[in-house]
Design a protein. Structure first.
Length: 160
């Protein structure tokens, strides 16, 4: 039986030509590169969670973040997430140690070469385009991606 859906945020921290990515040390997505982020605390808004998570994982105190879109992962297992995606422009800084993994500045043109969660190659171009999105991902019992749809445009992205 699936567990309740978790509500989370991810934040793209961007310095000209680079995104700060986290090589995760813990599940979910252990060993993969993701933006910083995490689960909402009780009573917390997604925007407040985004600002808090950036501070906790990088030490940066952001004034604001820009909402980009929504990613929903649904599976018959415990991999069920609603993830609010944000973006913020920041000055380059030396990434600090992070208890979630290793923070690294990655050239935007190299994102496609990184090991990432299966939906991220569909997510990143939408973030870069600046157009709002709602990605809806359906997974199998084995947590393999079955279908990915961009709901605003009603476009199936996977399988193609």
């Amino acid at each position: 039986m699936p567990t309740p859906t978790k509500i989370a945020v991810v934040v793209i921290l961007e310095s000209p030509g680079y995104w700060l990515m986290l090589e995760r040390s813990h599940p979910p997505n252990q060993g993969l590169y993701t933006p910083v982020g995490g689960k909402l605390e009780d009573g917390e808004s997604p925007r407040a969670a985004a600002i808090r998570e950036v501070q906790e994982e990088t030490g940066l105190q952001l004034e604001d973040v820009r909402y980009c879109g929504l990613l929903v992962d649904s599976s018959p297992t415990d991999y069920n997430w609603i993830c609010f995606v944000y973006r913020a422009s920041v000055d380059y800084f030396v990434p600090p140690d992070c208890n979630e993994g290793t923070l690294t500045w990655v050239p935007i043109e190299s994102l496609a070469t990184l090991p990432t969660p299966v939906t991220d190659p569909y997510l990143y171009p939408r973030i870069l385009s600046g157009q709002p999105f709602f990605l809806n991902a359906l997974y199998s019992n084995e947590n393999d991606l079955i279908e990915l749809t961009e709901e605003i445009s009603d476009t199936r992205l996977f399988p193609e």
